[in-house]
Design a protein around this ligand. Sequence first.
Ligand code: CP
Length: 311
Amino acid sequence: MSDFPKSLIDIVDLSQENINELLEIADDIIANPKKYAHRCDGKKLATLFFEPSTRTRLSFEAAMYDLGGNVIGFSDAMSSSASKGESVADTSKVISCYADIIAMRHPKEGAPLVASMNASIPVINAGDGGHCHPTQTLADLCTIRREKGRLDNLTVGFCGDLKFGRTVHSLISALSEHTGIKIVLISPAELKLPSYIKNDVIKAKNIPYVQTTDLDSVLPDLDILYMTRVQKERFFNEEDYLRLKDSYILTESRLETGKDDLIVLHPLPRVNEIAVGVDKDPRACYFKQVLNGKYMRMALILKLLGLEKGE
Ligand code: CP
Protein backbone atom coordinates (compact mmCIF):
# COMPACT_ATOMS: atom_id res chain seq x y z
CA MET A 1 0.00 0.00 0.00
CA SER A 2 1.31 3.50 -0.86
CA ASP A 3 2.40 6.08 1.72
CA PHE A 4 -0.37 8.35 2.89
CA PRO A 5 0.39 12.01 3.76
CA LYS A 6 0.22 13.10 7.41
CA SER A 7 -2.22 15.92 6.50
CA LEU A 8 -4.37 16.81 3.48
CA ILE A 9 -3.86 20.39 2.35
CA ASP A 10 -4.12 20.16 -1.45
CA ILE A 11 -5.58 17.39 -3.60
CA VAL A 12 -2.13 17.02 -5.22
CA ASP A 13 -0.85 15.75 -1.84
CA LEU A 14 -2.66 12.50 -2.68
CA SER A 15 -1.30 10.00 -5.21
CA GLN A 16 -3.68 8.18 -7.54
CA GLU A 17 -3.16 5.13 -5.33
CA ASN A 18 -4.17 7.17 -2.25
CA ILE A 19 -7.31 8.44 -3.99
CA ASN A 20 -8.25 4.97 -5.24
CA GLU A 21 -7.84 3.60 -1.73
CA LEU A 22 -10.13 6.33 -0.31
CA LEU A 23 -12.73 5.60 -3.00
CA GLU A 24 -12.63 1.90 -2.14
CA ILE A 25 -12.91 2.53 1.61
CA ALA A 26 -15.90 4.85 0.95
CA ASP A 27 -17.57 2.17 -1.19
CA ASP A 28 -17.06 -0.32 1.64
CA ILE A 29 -18.45 2.13 4.23
CA ILE A 30 -21.55 2.58 2.05
CA ALA A 31 -21.98 -1.20 1.73
CA ASN A 32 -21.08 -2.09 5.36
CA PRO A 33 -21.67 0.92 7.64
CA LYS A 34 -21.83 -1.20 10.85
CA LYS A 35 -18.26 -2.43 10.27
CA TYR A 36 -17.04 1.15 10.76
CA ALA A 37 -19.38 2.32 13.54
CA HIS A 38 -16.73 2.07 16.33
CA ARG A 39 -13.48 2.59 14.41
CA CYS A 40 -12.95 6.02 16.00
CA ASP A 41 -14.16 5.23 19.53
CA GLY A 42 -12.28 7.52 21.92
CA LYS A 43 -11.00 9.82 19.14
CA LYS A 44 -11.80 13.51 18.75
CA LEU A 45 -12.12 15.64 15.62
CA ALA A 46 -11.68 19.42 16.01
CA THR A 47 -13.60 21.45 13.42
CA LEU A 48 -11.98 24.91 13.26
CA PHE A 49 -14.16 26.94 10.91
CA PHE A 50 -13.05 30.56 10.53
CA GLU A 51 -15.50 30.97 7.61
CA PRO A 52 -19.17 29.93 7.16
CA SER A 53 -20.04 26.40 6.08
CA THR A 54 -23.00 24.05 6.15
CA ARG A 55 -21.96 20.91 4.24
CA THR A 56 -18.28 20.66 4.94
CA ARG A 57 -18.42 21.26 8.69
CA LEU A 58 -21.53 19.21 9.33
CA SER A 59 -20.43 16.37 7.06
CA PHE A 60 -17.10 16.19 8.90
CA GLU A 61 -18.98 16.13 12.19
CA ALA A 62 -21.47 13.51 10.94
CA ALA A 63 -18.55 11.48 9.55
CA MET A 64 -16.78 11.43 12.94
CA TYR A 65 -19.98 10.54 14.81
CA ASP A 66 -20.73 7.73 12.32
CA LEU A 67 -17.24 6.37 13.07
CA GLY A 68 -17.95 6.37 16.82
CA GLY A 69 -15.79 9.43 17.60
CA ASN A 70 -16.51 12.82 19.13
CA VAL A 71 -16.28 16.39 17.87
CA ILE A 72 -15.13 19.68 19.38
CA GLY A 73 -14.67 23.02 17.64
CA PHE A 74 -16.08 26.34 16.59
CA SER A 75 -17.99 27.57 13.56
CA ASP A 76 -17.25 31.28 13.85
CA ALA A 77 -13.84 32.90 14.14
CA MET A 78 -15.33 35.58 16.41
CA SER A 79 -16.13 32.97 19.05
CA SER A 80 -12.51 31.79 19.10
CA SER A 81 -9.36 33.50 20.40
CA ALA A 82 -8.50 34.40 16.78
CA SER A 83 -10.73 37.42 17.53
CA LYS A 84 -8.16 38.41 20.21
CA GLY A 85 -5.28 38.06 17.75
CA GLU A 86 -4.16 34.45 18.29
CA SER A 87 -2.24 33.11 15.31
CA VAL A 88 -3.20 30.02 13.29
CA ALA A 89 0.12 28.48 14.34
CA ASP A 90 -0.61 28.89 18.06
CA THR A 91 -4.23 27.76 17.65
CA SER A 92 -2.98 24.59 15.96
CA LYS A 93 -0.49 23.83 18.75
CA VAL A 94 -3.24 24.35 21.34
CA ILE A 95 -5.79 22.14 19.55
CA SER A 96 -3.15 19.40 19.23
CA CYS A 97 -3.40 19.09 23.05
CA TYR A 98 -7.15 18.42 22.88
CA ALA A 99 -7.96 16.50 19.69
CA ASP A 100 -6.64 13.74 17.40
CA ILE A 101 -7.32 15.42 14.05
CA ILE A 102 -8.25 18.90 12.78
CA ALA A 103 -10.51 20.00 9.91
CA MET A 104 -9.90 23.71 9.21
CA ARG A 105 -11.65 26.21 6.95
CA HIS A 106 -10.07 29.65 6.68
CA PRO A 107 -10.58 32.69 4.43
CA LYS A 108 -6.80 33.05 3.96
CA GLU A 109 -5.10 30.88 1.36
CA GLY A 110 -2.39 28.81 3.02
CA ALA A 111 -3.77 28.97 6.59
CA PRO A 112 -4.38 25.17 6.79
CA LEU A 113 -0.83 24.63 5.51
CA VAL A 114 0.50 26.80 8.34
CA ALA A 115 -1.67 24.81 10.75
CA SER A 116 -0.26 21.50 9.46
CA MET A 117 3.29 22.77 9.96
CA ASN A 118 2.58 23.61 13.61
CA ALA A 119 0.13 20.91 14.72
CA SER A 120 1.32 17.56 16.00
CA ILE A 121 -1.87 15.92 14.67
CA PRO A 122 -3.21 15.57 11.09
CA VAL A 123 -4.80 18.68 9.55
CA ILE A 124 -7.39 18.59 6.77
CA ASN A 125 -7.95 21.67 4.61
CA ALA A 126 -11.73 22.22 4.57
CA GLY A 127 -11.36 25.13 2.12
CA ASP A 128 -8.85 28.01 2.15
CA GLY A 129 -9.94 31.25 0.50
CA GLY A 130 -10.08 30.96 -3.29
CA HIS A 131 -7.26 28.37 -3.27
CA CYS A 132 -8.51 24.81 -2.92
CA HIS A 133 -10.99 22.47 -1.28
CA PRO A 134 -9.60 18.94 -1.47
CA THR A 135 -12.35 17.13 0.44
CA GLN A 136 -14.99 18.58 -1.91
CA THR A 137 -12.90 17.11 -4.73
CA LEU A 138 -13.00 13.72 -3.01
CA ALA A 139 -16.81 14.03 -2.87
CA ASP A 140 -16.85 15.01 -6.56
CA LEU A 141 -14.62 12.09 -7.62
CA CYS A 142 -16.69 9.60 -5.62
CA THR A 143 -19.88 10.89 -7.25
CA ILE A 144 -18.41 10.82 -10.76
CA ARG A 145 -17.12 7.27 -10.28
CA ARG A 146 -20.36 5.99 -8.79
CA GLU A 147 -22.58 7.71 -11.40
CA LYS A 148 -20.42 7.34 -14.54
CA GLY A 149 -18.51 4.19 -13.58
CA ARG A 150 -15.17 5.79 -14.48
CA LEU A 151 -12.89 8.77 -13.94
CA ASP A 152 -11.35 8.73 -17.44
CA ASN A 153 -12.60 9.49 -20.95
CA LEU A 154 -14.93 12.27 -19.86
CA THR A 155 -15.74 15.71 -21.25
CA VAL A 156 -16.21 17.92 -18.22
CA GLY A 157 -17.73 21.40 -18.39
CA PHE A 158 -17.03 23.85 -15.55
CA CYS A 159 -19.51 26.71 -15.55
CA GLY A 160 -19.74 29.97 -13.57
CA ASP A 161 -17.13 31.48 -11.27
CA LEU A 162 -13.97 29.70 -12.36
CA LYS A 163 -11.77 32.43 -10.90
CA PHE A 164 -12.72 32.18 -7.23
CA GLY A 165 -14.31 28.70 -7.30
CA ARG A 166 -11.74 26.73 -5.30
CA THR A 167 -13.62 23.45 -5.88
CA VAL A 168 -13.08 23.88 -9.63
CA HIS A 169 -9.33 24.37 -9.15
CA SER A 170 -9.00 21.21 -7.07
CA LEU A 171 -11.19 19.06 -9.35
CA ILE A 172 -9.32 20.09 -12.51
CA SER A 173 -6.05 19.10 -10.80
CA ALA A 174 -7.46 15.72 -9.81
CA LEU A 175 -9.04 14.92 -13.19
CA SER A 176 -5.86 15.93 -15.01
CA GLU A 177 -4.27 12.71 -13.71
CA HIS A 178 -6.69 10.63 -15.81
CA THR A 179 -6.56 9.78 -19.51
CA GLY A 180 -9.07 10.98 -22.07
CA ILE A 181 -10.21 14.04 -20.08
CA LYS A 182 -11.43 17.07 -22.04
CA ILE A 183 -12.10 20.31 -20.18
CA VAL A 184 -14.67 22.92 -21.20
CA LEU A 185 -14.36 26.23 -19.32
CA ILE A 186 -17.57 28.30 -19.38
CA SER A 187 -17.43 31.67 -17.62
CA PRO A 188 -17.77 35.41 -18.09
CA ALA A 189 -14.45 37.01 -19.11
CA GLU A 190 -14.03 38.49 -15.60
CA LEU A 191 -14.35 35.08 -13.91
CA LYS A 192 -12.04 33.01 -16.09
CA LEU A 193 -9.92 30.20 -14.63
CA PRO A 194 -6.71 31.61 -13.06
CA SER A 195 -3.78 31.34 -15.45
CA TYR A 196 -1.72 29.32 -12.96
CA ILE A 197 -4.25 26.45 -13.21
CA LYS A 198 -4.53 26.79 -16.98
CA ASN A 199 -0.77 26.86 -17.50
CA ASP A 200 0.49 24.58 -14.73
CA VAL A 201 -2.23 21.94 -14.99
CA ILE A 202 -4.23 22.00 -18.23
CA LYS A 203 -1.54 23.12 -20.66
CA ALA A 204 1.34 21.41 -18.83
CA LYS A 205 -0.47 18.07 -19.11
CA ASN A 206 -1.63 18.63 -22.70
CA ILE A 207 -5.28 18.31 -21.75
CA PRO A 208 -7.57 19.38 -24.59
CA TYR A 209 -9.66 22.37 -23.49
CA VAL A 210 -12.15 24.88 -24.81
CA GLN A 211 -12.86 28.29 -23.27
CA THR A 212 -16.20 29.94 -23.95
CA THR A 213 -18.80 32.28 -22.51
CA ASP A 214 -21.66 30.34 -24.15
CA LEU A 215 -23.06 27.41 -22.12
CA ASP A 216 -25.72 26.44 -24.69
CA SER A 217 -23.21 25.89 -27.50
CA VAL A 218 -21.18 23.33 -25.52
CA LEU A 219 -23.85 21.66 -23.35
CA PRO A 220 -24.64 18.83 -25.87
CA ASP A 221 -20.97 17.69 -25.80
CA LEU A 222 -20.67 17.29 -22.04
CA ASP A 223 -20.57 14.11 -19.91
CA ILE A 224 -20.44 16.21 -16.73
CA LEU A 225 -21.66 19.75 -16.13
CA TYR A 226 -20.12 21.21 -12.97
CA MET A 227 -22.08 24.35 -12.08
CA THR A 228 -20.70 26.85 -9.57
CA ARG A 229 -21.95 29.82 -7.57
CA VAL A 230 -20.50 33.28 -8.17
CA GLN A 231 -18.50 33.74 -4.95
CA LYS A 232 -19.91 36.95 -3.53
CA GLU A 233 -17.56 36.91 -0.53
CA ARG A 234 -14.46 37.15 -2.75
CA PHE A 235 -15.57 40.25 -4.69
CA PHE A 236 -14.08 43.65 -3.95
CA ASN A 237 -17.16 45.55 -5.04
CA GLU A 238 -20.87 44.79 -4.88
CA GLU A 239 -21.54 46.29 -8.32
CA ASP A 240 -19.39 43.68 -10.08
CA TYR A 241 -21.03 40.87 -8.10
CA LEU A 242 -24.55 42.07 -8.99
CA ARG A 243 -23.62 42.33 -12.67
CA LEU A 244 -22.12 38.82 -12.81
CA LYS A 245 -24.15 36.79 -10.31
CA ASP A 246 -26.77 35.53 -12.76
CA SER A 247 -24.47 34.96 -15.72
CA TYR A 248 -25.59 31.33 -16.01
CA ILE A 249 -28.84 29.83 -14.82
CA LEU A 250 -29.42 26.17 -15.63
CA THR A 251 -33.12 25.61 -16.27
CA GLU A 252 -35.14 22.53 -17.24
CA SER A 253 -35.54 23.81 -20.80
CA ARG A 254 -31.86 24.63 -21.14
CA LEU A 255 -30.97 21.12 -19.98
CA GLU A 256 -33.01 19.55 -22.82
CA THR A 257 -30.00 19.57 -25.15
CA GLY A 258 -27.83 17.66 -22.64
CA LYS A 259 -26.96 13.99 -23.14
CA ASP A 260 -29.25 11.40 -21.53
CA ASP A 261 -26.36 10.23 -19.36
CA LEU A 262 -25.07 13.70 -18.52
CA ILE A 263 -24.59 14.30 -14.81
CA VAL A 264 -25.03 17.75 -13.29
CA LEU A 265 -22.85 18.49 -10.27
CA HIS A 266 -22.61 21.53 -8.00
CA PRO A 267 -20.57 21.77 -4.79
CA LEU A 268 -23.43 23.83 -3.26
CA PRO A 269 -24.59 26.13 -1.78
CA ARG A 270 -26.72 27.03 -4.79
CA VAL A 271 -27.95 30.60 -5.07
CA ASN A 272 -29.64 31.07 -8.42
CA GLU A 273 -27.51 29.14 -10.90
CA ILE A 274 -29.63 25.96 -11.00
CA ALA A 275 -33.41 26.33 -11.12
CA VAL A 276 -35.10 24.27 -8.39
CA GLY A 277 -37.12 22.48 -11.12
CA VAL A 278 -33.90 20.82 -12.33
CA ASP A 279 -33.65 18.90 -9.02
CA LYS A 280 -36.19 16.29 -10.18
CA ASP A 281 -34.22 15.55 -13.37
CA PRO A 282 -32.45 12.19 -12.83
CA ARG A 283 -29.28 13.79 -14.19
CA ALA A 284 -29.13 16.19 -11.21
CA CYS A 285 -26.59 14.59 -8.85
CA TYR A 286 -25.69 17.45 -6.52
CA PHE A 287 -27.52 16.07 -3.49
CA LYS A 288 -25.87 12.67 -4.03
CA GLN A 289 -22.59 14.61 -4.02
CA VAL A 290 -23.45 15.91 -0.54
CA LEU A 291 -23.94 12.39 0.84
CA ASN A 292 -20.85 11.03 -0.90
CA GLY A 293 -18.90 13.87 0.76
CA LYS A 294 -19.66 12.38 4.17
CA TYR A 295 -18.47 8.91 3.13
CA MET A 296 -15.25 10.25 1.61
CA ARG A 297 -14.57 12.31 4.77
CA MET A 298 -15.11 9.15 6.84
CA ALA A 299 -12.59 7.33 4.64
CA LEU A 300 -10.12 10.22 4.94
CA ILE A 301 -10.39 10.45 8.75
CA LEU A 302 -9.76 6.69 8.97
CA LYS A 303 -6.69 6.86 6.73
CA LEU A 304 -5.19 9.90 8.49
CA LEU A 305 -5.68 8.21 11.89
CA GLY A 306 -4.41 4.87 10.58
CA LEU A 307 -7.68 3.18 11.54
CA GLU A 308 -8.94 1.98 8.17
CA LYS A 309 -8.34 -1.66 9.14
CA GLY A 310 -9.45 -1.28 12.74
CA GLU A 311 -7.19 -1.54 15.80
N1 CP B 1 -19.47 22.68 -0.71
C1 CP B 1 -19.17 23.39 0.41
O1 CP B 1 -18.00 23.63 0.73
O2 CP B 1 -20.26 23.81 1.12
P1 CP B 1 -20.20 24.61 2.50
O3 CP B 1 -19.58 25.96 2.21
O4 CP B 1 -21.60 24.68 2.99
O5 CP B 1 -19.29 23.82 3.41
